[in-house]
Design a protein around this ligand. Structure first.
Ligand SMILES: [Fe+2]
Length: 437
């Protein structure tokens, strides 16, 4: 777009320069003529070439000067208005584009982003209908379809290379067609399917890193007008920004998908490693969330705590299961888990919660013997949730206590092993049905 933007900037400047030059030329011409008339009046015609100049009185000269000045002023006002309009159009176009670009860049949800791109393209070009298609292999799939009767097309595909959209996807070039009846690339089958009557088309490719990832197609500029070069320029720019944003949201979604499946994989591995504690991680995450809600933590903080709770025992994956229950081996799991999680960027900020989830409020825990609020809040929460689950769950090495006994036990240890305030929040919010879910 930088190139397109430069082009339209250059054109606006050229137009203004042309108008200024023309007005200067007219002013110079009028001054020269008037000057010659004055000379002619005072000294007679100095040259035969000026024989056409009339010998008129000073009053007449003043009169002519006045009339010319008024005409000149009128012309200058008109020209200034035109210049101002060009500048205004240009700057409002830039402003609109900047605000659209910002909006697209900030959008993190892929589906909403595609809808926004379509809406902006329709409103900028005043088109009756439009569609956004993404390329997957050789199939171009209608992701967003708006206007007319074409919405039934959403989710269907057309072949790369066929029709106008297919041609744009295959060549990576834009297509601006004033009358589809005269363009052999146009495929009338879609119109006959939807009942929509396509007259004009503006279709541009969505390209990232030199690869076509889709196309943006607009149909029937309102009023029956054909699409102009400046429509193509602006839509090409929008498409460029759109392609960057689509690639970005796809990357974020892929990363999210990776994070979810990696977490699932680790949870399954933990359950496999310690079958006696099957489901412990998910239950701890649920109990931690009860405290988080009681503390009115933000959604982001709650998500982070939930993830830390799910993975708090991940360190067991690197501890010999035969020796799991020897105290020294067991007590290594927070530090081992921390070392495993810390290098993974999207887990890095939860690593300290894993490291300190066996610290005690009175400073007698491990591995660092932190006490009080020096222990991260999330680690203090996980400690309570984990202890509660350990008490009420049936394992091969411990007989579970009932719900009320477990809550009483937490209260007894509040202020020594656990943060008193957090225990109270948990005790007042946990209900027997929470442990069955
Ligand atoms: Fe633990």
């Amino acid at each position: 777009m930088a190139e397109d933007d430069q082009k339209s900037k250059k054109r606006a400047i050229q137009e203004i320069t042309k108008k200024i030059r023309l007005s200067l030329l007219i002013v110079a011409f009028v001054i020269i003529i008037l000057f010659a008339v004055v000379l002619n009046h005072l000294f007679g015609s100095p040259s035969t070439s000026l024989f056409f100049l009339p010998d008129i009185s000073v009053t007449m000269i003043m009169g002519i000067a006045l009339i010319l000045s008024v005409i000149g002023l009128g012309y200058l006002v008109r020209m200034s208005n035109q210049v101002l309009r060009i500048i205004h159009d240009y700057s409002s176009r830039i402003e609109k584009i900047l605000s659209i670009t910002k909006d697209l860049r900030e959008e993190i949800y892929g589906d909403i982003l595609l809808e926004k791109i379509m809406d902006y393209a329709l409103s900028i070009t005043h088109s009756e209908a439009g569609s956004l298609l993404l390329l997957d292999g050789d199939a171009l799939t209608f992701k967003v379809v708006k206007g007319g009767k074409a919405e039934q097309l959403t989710g269907t595909s057309v072949e790369k290379g066929k029709g106008v959209t297919g041609w744009v996807a295959a060549t990576g070039k834009p297509a601006r067609i004033a009358n589809v009846a005269q363009d052999e690339r146009f495929n009338p089958n879609i119109d006959s399917m939807t009942g929509f009557e396509t007259k004009s088309i503006l279709c541009v490719p969505l390209i990232t890193r030199s690869t076509v990832i889709g196309v943006l197609e607009l149909l029937n500029r309102s009023g029956g007008f054909a699409y102009r070069e400046r429509d193509e320029e602006i839509i090409a720019y929008l498409a460029e920004q759109a392609a960057i944003s689509i690639a970005k949201t796809k990357f974020v979604e892929d990363q999210k998908n990776y994070e979810i499946h990696l977490t699932e994989m680790l949870l399954e591995a933990i359950d496999f490693q310690i079958p006696e504690k099957k489901g412990h991680s998910r239950r701890v995450a649920r109990y931690s969330n009860i405290i988080a809600k009681g503390l009115h933590m933000s959604e982001g903080e709650r998500k982070r705590l939930y993830l830390a709770s799910l993975l708090h025992d991940v360190g067991f994956l690197k501890i010999n299961s035969d020796e799991n229950f020897k105290k020294e081996e067991y007590s290594r799991h927070p530090a081992v888990g921390y070392e495993m999680i810390k290098p993974i960027n999207f887990y890095a900020d939860i690593a300290p919660f894993i490291l300190y989830h066996h610290e005690r409020y009175d400073g007698y825990g491990y591995p660092s013997k932190l006490s009080g609020e020096a222990i991260p809040l999330e680690a203090r929460i996980i400690a309570i949730a984990e202890a509660f689950d350990a008490m009420i769950s049936l394992t091969s090495y411990r007989v579970p206590v009932n719900f009320h006994e477990a809550v009483d036990e937490l209260r007894r240890k509040a202020g020594t092993q656990f943060d008193q305030e957090l225990v109270e929040i948990f005790a007042t919010n946990i209900e027997p049905q929470h442990i069955k879910a």
